[in-house]
Design a protein around this ligand. Structure first.
Ligand code: HEC
Length: 144
């Protein structure tokens, strides 16, 4: 877990996931910030995604602020993905996501989350043509 990730540039902010009852913040390291849509992300790239519970009202509905956005409550998980030369080659070929490796932490940022990283790989695998990054197009569109 990179200790200083909160000082990194934002990849995307306040991602609304009412389906998962969550709000997410994604940070990228300075290496990732150098990428362009055509170059893609170089080795040394790292992303950190904070998954916050969306605040619920007492009747179990999702609360929203005056702009209609979900409101962050507890930090549930911190997901990390990074790529580098030779990384991720020890996993079965069918689950390999190029050179990316994945990790999940609890909200304290230290204890490992319960997720099996095979589930991360399975869900990011279809994004192979976007370097396994789900919000690739949205991110580069947001930089303009
Ligand atoms: C069910 C599908 C699914 C699973 C499982 C999953 N992800 Fe993702 N991931 C997504 C989606 C979709 C996004 C885009 C942000 C959003 O909509 O929440 C994303 C975004 C990310 C990002 C930000 C970069 C990007 O791709 O846009 C990181 C980092 C990340 N996931 C790490 C993980 C880790 C670590 C795990 C396993 C512990 C994991 N993910 C499991 C679907 C998944």
């Amino acid at each position: 877990m990179p200790a200083d990730y909160k000082s990194w540039p934002k990849f995307l902010s306040a991602i609304q996931r009412p389906d998962a009852k969550q709000v997410r913040e994604i940070y990228m390291n300075p290496e990732a910030a150098k990428a362009t849509a055509s170059s893609g992300f170089a080795n040394g790239t790292m992303f950190v995604m904070e998954n916050y519970a969306a605040l619920e009202t007492t009747d179990g509905k999702l609360a929203t602020d005056d702009k209609g956005k979900l409101i962050k409550a507890d930090l549930l998980r911190v997901f990390v993905m990074g790529k580098n030369a030779g990384w991720g080659q020890d996993v079965p070929e069918a689950l390999r996501n190029g050179n990316w490796v994945y990790a999940s932490y609890l909200g304290d940022g230290r204890s490992k989350g319960p997720e099996d990283t095979a589930t991360c790989r399975t869900c990011h695998l279809p994004l192979a043509n976007k370097d396994f990054v789900h919000r690739y197009d949205e991110h580069f569109a947001s930089r303009k």
